[in-house]
Design a protein around this ligand. Structure first.
Ligand SMILES: Nc1nc(=O)c2c([nH]1)NC[C@@H]1CN(c3ccc(C(=O)N[C@@H](CCC(=O)O)C(=O)O)cc3)CN21
Ligand SMILES: CC(C)C(=O)C(=O)O
Ligand SMILES: [Mg+2]
Length: 295
């Protein structure tokens, strides 16, 4: 939703651009003052790319908001990236609520999406609405996201019917890793039929946007052309209406294996490791603290 090329960040050095004395990118992003669901629709119509990053805390939320990222997803990927679980399956609604509140409380412009965790909506529309209401009441998020296409149609419809915007998520759905048999690309070959059916289903149910995770670029292009609502790619190639990445992968903070679809825009793990090593040495040698850091 910015007029700027989406890879502006790549050309910025780690140092702050001159225009902002506080560091970081421009304080005022182009486009709307506060992003709303209609801006997602407008962006698709006008061919302006939508940008999203995950965020799990107030500090990163403020930075990404200032940089003009259009939406922040408080992903259940906090399971991996904050809480240290192997998969997203164990994380609970009670664990995600405080993280979501931190993000929603820190933004001025970005649209905040709360990711419904495994076990908080599959039982049916009543459970889905109960979960969505808790997120909206207790966190200040602007929308919820849940996984599944045809299988989640009733849940999406009920939540949307209560006035809560829903971002859908089809293709590879990490909460069903074991059902899908691993981290497997979806929508390949005959799989395109299910992907298109899922896409139609979530649009029909009233979702305002849909995440396409780990699907071939051509399949994502077909979905994007088929739907009126915007498609958001996470490993769905360049033809989608928007792009989303897990911030810790994108910023090089994740130290394990990262998916092939990620492009790293920084090396935070390296920066922090170096800083910690230097600080440890300074404390050992007495170089820190000096008088200027003492009372
Ligand atoms: N740090 C992190 N990044 C993510 O993208 C992410 C999470 N955590 N947690 C929740 C889900 C899980 N996701 C994943 C997890 C693994 C792969 C993966 O291993 N992909 C391989 C194999 C692809 C293939 O089948 O060939 C890859 O190289 O992309 C992809 C997405 C996406 N989400
Ligand atoms: C990978 C994205 C789409 C997600 O659902 C998450 O971060 O939890
Ligand atoms: Mg998720």
């Amino acid at each position: 939703m910015s007029e700027h090329a989406s890879n502006d960040a790549a050309s910025d050095s780690a140092n702050a651009p001159a225009e902002n004395p506080y560091g970081g990118a421009a304080k005022t992003a182009p486009g709307p003052k506060r992003v709303r669901t209609r801006h997602f629709q407008n962006a698709k119509r006008e061919g302006i790319k939508i940008t999203g990053l995950t965020s799990y805390d107030a500090l990163t939320a403020r930075i990404f908001d200032e940089a003009g990222i259009d939406f922040l997803l408080v992903g259940d990927s906090a399971a991996n990236n904050v809480l240290g679980y192997e998969t997203t399956l164990p994380v609970t609604l009670d664990e995600l609520i405080p993280l979501t509140r931190a993000v929603a409380g820190a933004v001025q412009r970005a649209f905040v999406v709360a990711d419904m965790p495994f076990g908080s909506y599959e039982n049916g529309p009543d459970e889905a609405l109960r979960t969505a209401i808790r997120f909206m009441k207790e966190t200040g998020a602007h929308a919820v996201k849940l996984e599944g296409g045809e299988r989640s149609h009733k849940q999406i419809r009920r939540v949307v019917g209560a006035g809560i915007p829903v971002m859908a998520h089809i293709g590879y759905t990490p909460q069903s890793e074991h059902g899908l048999g691993g981290h497997i690309i979806q929508g390949r070959g005959e799989g395109i039929k299910q992907l298109l059916a899922d896409a139609e289903a979530v649009q029909d149910a009233g979702a305002f946007a849909v995440v396409l995770e780990m699907v071939p670029a051509d399949a994502a292009r077909q979905v994007t052309e088929l739907l009126e609502i915007p498609t958001i790619s996470v490993g769905g190639g360049p033809h989608c209406d928007g792009q989303l990445l897990v911030w810790t992968d994108w910023a090089g903070l994740t130290t394990g294996r990262i998916p092939k679809f990620v492009k790293q825009y920084a090396n935070l793990a390296g920066v922090l490791r170096e800083a910690a090593t230097e600080w440890r040495a300074d404390v050992a040698s007495g170089a820190y603290p000096t008088e200027e850091h003492s009372y």
